[in-house]
Design a protein around this ligand. Structure first.
Ligand SMILES: Cc1cc2nc3c(=O)[nH]c(=O)nc-3n(C[C@H](O)[C@H](O)[C@H](O)COP(=O)(O)OP(=O)(O)OC[C@H]3O[C@@H](n4cnc5c(N)ncnc54)[C@H](O)[C@@H]3O)c2cc1C
Length: 415
């Protein structure tokens, strides 16, 4: 016998996506139980680069990946790394990724990313404003710099592609870069400035503050690892290391770990993998940059945060179980050498690794399935922070009723 559930929605996964959704659902009057095996905000949402990356409207790969593949396998310190041992497991995912590079699916992904990104800035402003913490986000733009003359053509082509997609972008000369970011090495040749972007001064703090706001709205938190579950007429029963959890609906928002529970509840396999990423936090270096700066050639981002300068990036395909290779985080400091007038100090630096949740078409799953008993919000790849607030609004709508046809590209049954 399944007891009458006293929870309307069990939200499994308390990263930025799950916490933002829990708050949204509680504000809609739902009794929400938020579940995580760790304290909230300790997954990928803890250590990301904090960049509201609304300019990133293109899928995670394009055809140039084919040329780069051999290097990915051979250079353990390159910006892209594929662990040989993980290759057999990653092959089906890579095959789908390559199929998605064909013009029609590629354009579908661009359109899907654009819709989410377009609503992101406004959704974040409203969400942070609603909890009285607008100070956690700076709408100050971001800059992509280049250093080699031969990079200019590619930069201009990127600008043209972005403009075609309606992304606001300005071309900056070397003088403009120097004036705005005087601590960068004057050898920078220029860059692209994205005015409708910005950065969060502490991504973990953002999750924590939203979590506190959710608690104040009645969201209960339970620390438990959910291993599976079953649907029944009254809703859903989840199996966890703290016992059975009953609810009318469940939202799966476990980031890169969402596939197993999705399959257990819906019977559907989902091609979710992880692009592991790293950061190196430099506590003494708050003052170096006025906004987030990415290097076109060195392929990493530097974001000024409340606790220092965060160097972040790199993509590593090695799955969820292999231990982190922290030398990749330290490599970010080596990459930064020569980018500033004076090199950055590593005193007190801390390395970190996190799991980006990535689907081969670069779009998340945001859906309502199994007669509304299962909601899904995962797979936001490099853009989970950017898209979390808008995702929470959509999930709030989905909890009430099925979505219209315009959200078809985010559906689970596209796989
Ligand atoms: C280096 C790096 C830089 C990045 N930079 C940016 C950026 O600048 N801008 C941007 O928009 N995005 C960025 N991202 C991506 C972004 O961080 C992620 O897309 C986002 O954090 C995903 O959020 P999430 O809530 O889906 O997952 P997570 O934050 O990973 O949360 C998932 C939660 O689920 C829990 N969980 C998993 N399995 C279970 C289970 N079985 N039972 C109970 N709990 C479970 C985990 O403990 C975790 O707390 C970056 C990522 C990395 C790694």
């Amino acid at each position: 016998m399944v007891e009458a559930p006293e929870t309307d929605i069990a939200v499994v996964g308390a990263g930025i996506v799950g916490v933002a959704c829990a708050l949204q659902l509680a504000r809609q009057g739902r009794k929400v139980l938020l579940i995580d095996r760790q304290a909230p905000g300790h997954g990928a949402s803890y250590g990301n680069a904090g960049h509201l990356a609304t300019e990133q409207v293109f899928p995670i790969a394009d055809l140039s990946i084919l040329k780069r593949l051999p290097r990915m396998l051979l250079d353990p310190m390159g910006p892209l790394r594929l662990d040989w041992k993980y290759l057999p497991k990653a092959l089906p995912w890579f095959t789908r990724l390559l199929l998605n590079l064909r013009p029609a699916p590629f354009q579908r992904s661009v359109a899907g990313i654009r819709v989410l990104n377009k609503g992101s800035l406004g959704a974040w402003q409203r969400l942070l404003g609603s909890i009285g913490r607008s100070d956690l986000f700076k709408e100050d733009g971001s800059l992509l710099v280049y250093e080699r003359p031969e990079s200019r053509e590619g930069l201009l082509a990127l600008r043209a592609r972005m403009q075609q997609q309606g992304v606001p972008v300005d071309l900056w000369s070397a003088d403009e870069v120097n004036a705005a970011a005087p601590q960068l090495n004057p050898s920078m040749l220029g860059g692209l400035f994205f005015p409708r972007t910005g950065h969060f001064i502490d991504p973990y703090r953002v999750v924590s503050e939203l979590f506190e706001a959710a608690r104040a709205c009645g969201v209960r938190f339970m620390r438990a690892e959910v291993s599976g579950g079953q649907l029944h007429t009254a809703g859903v029963s989840l199996t966890s290391d703290s016992g059975r959890i009953d609810a009318r609906q469940v939202l799966i928002s476990c980031g890169a770990h969402s596939a197993k529970l999705t399959t257990a509840l819906t019977g559907k396999a989902v091609p979710l993998d992880t692009e592991r990423g790293y950061h190196l936090m430099l506590p003494g270096e708050h003052e170096r940059l006025p906004f987030a700066v990415t290097s076109l050639e060195r392929k990493f981002i530097m974001t000024p945060m409340a606790d220092g300068l965060r160097l972040a990036g790199t993509v590593e395909f090695a799955g969820l179980d292999a231990p982190p290779s922290m030398q990749r985080a330290w490599q970010l400091h080596r990459l930064s050498q020569g980018l500033f007038r004076q090199d950055l100090s590593t005193e007190g630096a801390t390395p970190w690794m996190g799991f980006r949740p990535s689907l081969p078409d670069s779009l998340p799953v945001i859906d309502r399935v199994c007669d509304g008993r299962v909601l899904l919000a995962f797979g936001h790849q490099h853009l989970g922070l950017t898209q979390a607030a808008v995702t929470a609004q959509w999930v709030g709508d989905l909890a009430e009723r099925p979505a219209g046809h315009q959200t078809a590209v985010y559906r689970l049954d596209r796989f």
